[in-house]
Write a protein that binds this ligand. Structure first.
Ligand code: GRG
Length: 311
């Protein structure tokens, strides 16, 4: 290490700061047109859950994929902020006693600990619906057809056949509903579960860049392939962090997956197998970006960042 921060980390940090400023403005105390008032406890819990933390990797993906097509940064940041609202809602609900029952998130008390359970549920609901409010605004894209495409794609990625569906499969695999202990899922079943629970939002991040930039069919296909590989890599890295990570860096309790009998790639392939798969996925992500040449170098670094992350 020569002590210099990499250009990748500088770009990630720049997007994180811009996303923070934008969310701070969008989630102000002042009611928007059509709203009567923003209840103080609710907006405080929504701000607590979405500001002042997080790598903002999903907004980074939106911005960098959109940059490939010369999309205005302000538009990409709006779509990134919308996606971050969905991501933050999912963390708030995932931490609830009925889900993962966690006390710490991003190194801070989880929303239901800092407030209360009912407020945390409503803060999650508020962030989820706010995401679609953001996407539907002309500042996200002047063409309503593009905005509808974004709204529809995010709904699909976040909902029944995406993240929420994946969370349901995850809870079922823990044996929550059948009462006879954790299910032993095969590799393909774990792959589908993870593609839904974690991959769908990350893939949407990449596809959104193409939607904002009116990409061609083959360019969209390339972003989809990249997003899918990064999504799978992200979850495997998360599984490895739960096993080997430092809780002080990860910002939450680790070692919970094995206790809960979670269906992970580490459980299916073993640690060495999961690490090998991770490297394969980084190579797949890089290959997918080949049509964009050197313009996509930062996204290749993004895939490597996912695989090497410690937090
Ligand atoms: C409750 C509807 C519902 C869905 C939950 C997000 C999720 C689905 C579960 C969280 C479990 C988990 C830790 C999944 C691994 C992937 C993931 C979302 C990690 C956290 O994302 P980061 O690392 O977090 O991007 P930051 O804090 O940087 O935003």
């Amino acid at each position: 290490m020569n002590g210099k921060i990499s250009p990748f980390l500088l770009r990630l940090d720049a997007t994180a700061k811009e996303t923070e400023r934008l969310l701070d403005r969008l989630l102000s105390m002042t009611a928007a047109d059509g709203e009567l008032t923003r209840p103080v406890r609710l907006i405080e819990a929504m701000r607590y859950s979405s500001l002042g933390g997080g790598k903002r990797f999903r907004p980074f993906l939106v911005v960098e994929c959109a940059t490939l097509f010369g999309v205005a940064r302000s538009q990409a940041l709006m779509a990134g902020a919308a996606l971050e609202c969905v991501h933050c809602y999912s963390l708030v609900h995932d931490d609830l006693p009925a889900m993962d029952n966690d006390d710490l998130r991003r190194g801070q008390p989880t929303a239901h600990k800092a407030f209360d359970e009912a407020t945390a549920i409503l803060a999650g609901d508020g962030l989820l619906t706010f995401a679609f409010d953001i996407l539907a605004r002309p500042a996200t894209h002047p063409d309503p057809t593009v905005r509808i495409e974004l709204v529809s794609a995010l709904a699909r990625a976040a909902g029944l056949g995406g993240m929420v569906g994946g969370q349901m499969l995850d809870l079922a695999a823990e044996g929550r509903f059948a009462g006879n202990g954790p299910q032993r899922l095969g590799e393909n079943e774990v792959r589908i579960l993870q593609a839904m629970k974690t991959g769908a939002l990350l893939q949407f991040a990449c596809e959104a860049g193409g939607m904002l930039g009116s990409a061609t069919v083959s360019q969209r296909r390339a972003l989809e392939r990249y997003g899918s590989a990064v999504g799978q890599a992200f979850q495997i890295a998360d599984d490895l962090l739960d096993l080997e990570g430092d809780p002080a860096l990860v910002g939450k309790q680790t070692g919970k997956d094995a206790v809960a009998g979670k269906a992970t790639m580490v459980a299916v392939l073993g640690i060495a197998g999961a690490k090998a798969r991770l490297q394969q996925l980084v190579a797949e992500a890089e290959q997918a970006l080949a049509p964009f040449g050197s313009a996509a170098a930062i996204l290749v670094e993004g895939a490597n960042f996912v695989a090497d992350r410690h937090a």
